[in-house]
Design a binder for this molecule. Structure first.
Ligand SMILES: Cc1cc2nc3c(=O)[nH]c(=O)nc-3n(C[C@H](O)[C@H](O)[C@H](O)COP(=O)(O)OP(=O)(O)OC[C@H]3O[C@@H](n4cnc5c(N)ncnc54)[C@H](O)[C@@H]3O)c2cc1C
Length: 460
């Protein structure tokens, strides 16, 4: 989105056509997900609608399935293309003529190359920046019971789930079920795990005042981290402070510990402890998006696109990348051979340089190197608590939390979003927290199906 925004600003009318392919019609500002889970920001303010901010680009809501850069062809699917494929099959092979999705770029497709439900699009310049996905391990039970924390859907589902577990605990007479419902296990002590746990723990602690039989001390929050520290982004000392701060709030932080299994709703840790639980949140790192392996572009050992400091894919002409998917040399780092870390600070700045470099190369000018000295990091540890290390300066507690809010407010795209987020923070400071679980939003047809089912059985 940031690359397209800058291209939209820099390109002259008719100079090029920009097509953005994204599975969602919005961009997610991930650093706000923990606050969305805690209810401090509404979900729709964590996302930026692409069609609104990119009026001069063509937006295709769909996914790239593979890229044949030698042929300059991307194979895409959209919801519509899958439906069309199904309809074509049922219409006994009668193929309907397809309208171009983008003015010029779409088509040139040779059906021989297209798997069913997909279509091909030709391009001149490729920007491939699909980010990363959760890096899971083959932990028994994880696929069935775990949840990630990378999307707004996951953040909101987790909020609803935690509040629903408190309702279950409040209404059951089974002490084992109650204990499992009030036990929350988070795996991975990076930004996502620590911030999500800290915000949700604060929210749930607050919510207990409205339950007659669930007390704050009944809630069990466990953070499992394989290494001997958390929040490496804020440095060693601040990471240690974060552990002390969380433990002082009765959060069970287990360092040098792994999740071995979560089968049958029991989390078994490598130190031998077992926690019956209905909540396992997996935030143990990320890995490059699998689409990268479905291209003919060069990848490094970790599966990221090998890029030059100009953000061009190394050895491939007219292909560019940035963000978590790209291995970009860190020219500002002191140690030789260092690469930019996968974080929003780099992703956003790289995206802008990348757009300027594309414009430069279209105009026959020289692209420039990406060089940015990492400023440090801020992390929230719940309401009014935080930890930061910025330009070597260490901050903790309220000042760090305030800095976290100010920094991210300045970063979230568009004035509209900034104003809405600020208004929400102000209102939540004046009024009580929202503690309602809208878990049924995830199954909106359930009640109607039940009613229709009853009607049918009466007819029979
Ligand atoms: C909870 C959380 C908190 C974080 N907090 C911070 C923080 O405080 N500070 C910080 O610096 N970083 C933070 N990060 C990390 C930061 O958000 C990422 O480093 C950054 O978003 C990477 O940007 P990106 O553009 O590479 O990838 P993304 O932001 O993941 O964007 C990639 C986009 O590509 C789309 N896509 C994927 N596959 C395809 C496909 N096949 N076809 C088309 N589109 C596709 C995805 O849907 C997505 O929209 C946080 C991350 C999380 C999860």
């Amino acid at each position: 989105m940031y690359t397209a925004l800058r291209l939209q600003q820099k390109l002259k009318r008719g100079e090029a056509e920009v097509v953005v392919v994204s599975p969602n019609a919005y961009m997610t500002y991930q650093p706000f997900l923990p606050e969305a889970a805690a209810g401090s920001i509404s979900p729709r303010h964590v996302v930026v609608p692409l069609r609104r901010v990119l009026p001069n680009c063509t937006i295709i809501v769909g996914e790239a399935r593979s890229i044949d850069h030698a042929r300059r062809v991307a194979t895409l699917t959209t919801l519509a293309s899958e439906e069309e494929a199904a309809n074509r099959t049922t219409a006994n092979g009668l193929d309907t003529p397809r309208t171009p999705l983008a003015k010029n770029a779409r088509d040139a497709a040779t059906d021989a190359h297209e798997p069913p439900g997909s279509f091909e699009m030709t391009y001149d310049e490729l920007v491939l920046a699909p980010g990363s996905i959760s890096r899971t391990l083959p932990v028994p039970g994880l696929a069935e019971h775990g949840i990630g924390f990378k999307t707004v859907e996951e953040a909101i589902a987790l909020r609803n789930h935690v509040l629903e577990q408190m309702d279950i605990a409040s209404s059951t007479r089974d002490p084992e079920l109650r204990d499992a419902a009030l036990t929350y296990v988070f795996v991975g002590g990076g930004y996502a795990g620590v911030e999500a746990l800290a915000e949700l723990a604060d929210m749930a602690r607050y919510a207990t005042r409205y339950y007659h039989n669930v007390k704050a001390d009944d809630l069990k929050w466990i953070l499992v981290e394989a290494s001997d520290h958390i929040l490496p982004e804020v440095g060693h000392d601040m990471g240690k402070y974060a552990v002390r701060e969380l433990r002082a709030r009765n959060i069970d932080v287990r360092l040098e510990t792994r999740l071995d299994s979560c089968e049958n709703r029991v989390a078994v840790l490598s130190d031998g402890t077992r926690f019956p639980t209905r909540t396992v949140v997996w935030t143990a790192g990320v890995k490059p998006h699998p689409i990268l392996a479905a291209t003919d572009l060069p990848l490094d050992k970790r599966g990221r696109l090998i890029c030059t400091a100009k953000l061009a894919v190394d050895g491939a002409e007219h292909a560019w990348s940035a963000g978590d998917a790209a291995a970009v040399p860190d020219l500002a780092a002191d140690e030789p051979g260092a690469e930019c870390a996968p974080n929003a600070q780099h992703a956003v700045r790289q995206a802008r340089v990348l757009a300027e470099n594309i414009v430069a190369s279209l105009r026959g000018e020289t692209p420039r190197d990406y060089r940015y000295r990492y400023a440090g990091s801020v992390a929230s540890l719940g309401l009014h608590k935080g930890v930061a290390q910025v330009y070597g300066r260490k901050l903790k507690g309220y000042p760090a939390w305030l800095m976290h809010r100010v920094y991210h407010l300045s970063r979230v795209p568009t004035f509209n979003r900034k104003a809405r987020v600020l208004a929400e923070w102000t209102l939540s400071g004046l009024f009580k927290r929202e503690i309602v679980s809208l878990g049924s939003l995830e199954h909106p047809r359930a009640e109607f199906e039940l009613a229709a089912g009853r009607e049918r059985s009466r007819d029979v």
